[in-house]
Design a protein around this ligand. Structure first.
Ligand code: NAG
Ligand code: NAG
Length: 489
């Protein structure tokens, strides 16, 4: 006992001897799911003794200094998410614009944040979200030599992409296809990917640059700032993310928030026991899509379909719900991973958010996916492709369709078999993704952000990337030779 205590003391003092760095984390924009990703990275870095300052609308409970950004995220915004169903990605993108520019303005006007920039304080590293965060990306190089980007999900085509993603097999995540696309899907995917990229370039980024330059004329342009990023840590995993081209400084840290289940609370456990060997179903539409905003007819369809099951159902529902069948329990908050990790969990009814799906795969639970917006349609397309779940479209929600989607999975072993197979691939990694993330941050600090890893600078130039010039050169030679040969004979 004494020896182990002594060991801990020695160990702790040794680790604190190793360089504690001052790190600034900037996540001025992003939802709950981005917070979860950052939370894992911050926990890992804080445990390693680093001194962390976080600029974000969220409060992080670790031993960090929080600078809170007040933004207008009201219940109304959340309510309106259900309106985005079936919205074309291009229109969806343009609706984001106001939100992003206003978030940039309020970031620049935040007095505590301003103080940091004006005082010319230097950090050993800054870690920023890549989600619509060109605003603080521009400021990063004023604050540190070491810049790390974190992508909380797939890299959208309008983002700064360290390597060009060919629309032939990398789907625009806003659009429900996988790497295997028909000719028409590829055409549409190319149009969509290119138009959101152009919209971002001509419609959004100029505004962000002029907003930042009004306050800080010394900040580099977005294109210049992007080149100074040492690493991109992306929440991408070997199972749910399809194949895509990468570079050595893009590090996959997918599934970093997944952890083994703890025993579930007594009341939930007692409820689950009432269905004996039939097990239970977990139903949650995540943090942005709230079940309480579902229209009444759809709520009734769910309740009627669920009442016909032998399983108990635990539904994350953010309000009181009257007249629930006796096998359905609603709760405003649920320990989702602990429930998914319980061996009586038979099925997960989910909106298809990336983190929820990673948890389902990690804990081996098949899925009924009801995609609503952003990357959810694409995520569920992947789930269907892997045969680890089925899709139920929002517009198709009726008692019969809900019942059929659920029983299809309960009565067919192959979904569970597949999810178990993919789970073991998902879990089989040389190190925990959060350790990998922290290692890369420390590595970049040790080498002063000097990126010795390959960065294909030419990948931004599509002309060179696709060797168009080389192909044209060959065509020219062939044409000239043909002409000469024809003249000779
Ligand atoms: C921790 O970071 C804060 C904010 O940058 C700074 O004021 C403080 O001096 C740092 N503490 C240490 C021990 O470096
Ligand atoms: C419920 O269980 C009974 C007996 O095991 C079975 O016959 C019935 O088909 C089950 N109902 C559903 C909806 O799965």
């Amino acid at each position: 006992m004494l020896i182990s205590k002594l060991f801990i003391i020695v160990f702790v003092s040794l680790t604190s001897l190793s360089q504690a760095s001052n790190i600034l984390v900037m996540m001025p924009i992003g939802g709950q799911s981005h917070k979860i990703t950052f939370n894992s990275i911050i926990t890992q870095l804080a445990n390693r003794g680093h001194n962390i300052t976080v600029f974000s609308p969220f409060i992080f409970k670790q031993n960090v200094k929080n600078i809170i950004l007040k933004t207008a995220t009201s219940e109304d915004t959340v309510k309106s998410i259900l309106q985005f169903i079936n919205t074309n990605p291009i229109i969806l993108f343009s609706t984001f614009k106001n939100l992003i520019t206003s978030c940039c303005k309020s970031s620049l006007e935040n007095s505590e944040f301003k103080e940091i920039i004006v005082s010319n304080q230097q950090f050993d590293a800054v870690i920023i979200t890549s989600f619509f965060n060109e605003c603080t990306l521009m400021l990063s190089s004023l604050l540190s030599k070491v810049i790390i980007q974190v992508a909380g999900g797939p890299m959208f085509p309008w983002m700064f992409l360290p390597v060009t993603q060919p629309p032939s097999f990398v789907p625009n995540p806003l659009w429900p296809v996988t790497d295997k696309m028909t000719f028409l899907e590829r055409t549409y995917n190319a149009i969509n990917s290119i138009s959101v990229k152009m919209m971002s370039h001509y419609h959004l980024l100029g505004d962000i640059e002029s907003t930042v330059w009004q306050h800080y004329p010394k900040a580099p342009s977005i294109a210049e700032a992007e080149k100074r990023v040492a690493f991109v840590l992306q929440n991408s995993d070997p199972v749910l993310s399809g194949p895509n081209p990468s570079l050595p400084h893009i590090i996959d840290i997918g599934g970093l928030h997944c952890e083994d289940a703890k025993p579930i609370p007594r009341d939930l456990n007692d409820f689950i026991e009432t269905s004996g060997d039939h097990g239970f179903i977990l139903f949650s539409l995540g943090s942005n899509v709230k079940s309480k905003f579902l229209p009444d007819d759809k709520k009734q369809s769910f309740l009627k379909a669920l009442a016909r099951l032998n399983q108990t159902v635990i539904w994350k529902y953010e309000d009181d719900l009257k007249e629930t069948p006796k096998n359905v329990l609603v709760r405003k908050w649920l320990p989702q991973q602990d429930l998914l990790g319980d061996n009586r969990a038979r099925l997960f009814i989910s909106h298809g958010g990336l983190l929820s799906l990673q948890e389902a795969v990690y804990h081996r639970v098949p899925i009924v996916g009801i995609p609503v917006f952003t990357d959810q349609p694409g995520n569920i397309a992947r789930v269907v492709q892997l045969h680890i779940g089925v899709q139920l479209l929002y517009n198709d929600i009726t008692e019969e369709n809900v019942f059929n989607a659920i029983t299809k999975i309960l009565n067919d072993e192959s979904y569970t078999r597949n999810v178990k197979k993919y789970s073991s691939i998902f879990r089989d990694q040389p190190e925990k993704p959060s350790e990998k993330a922290a290692f890369r941050v420390e590595y970049a600090i040790r080498h002063s952000g000097e990126n010795l890893l390959l960065k294909a600078n030419n990948s931004f130039n599509l002309f060179i990337f696709y060797s168009v010039d080389v192909i044209l050169f060959f065509i020219t030679i062939i044409v000239i030779s043909c002409v000469i040969i024809k003249k000779l004979y």
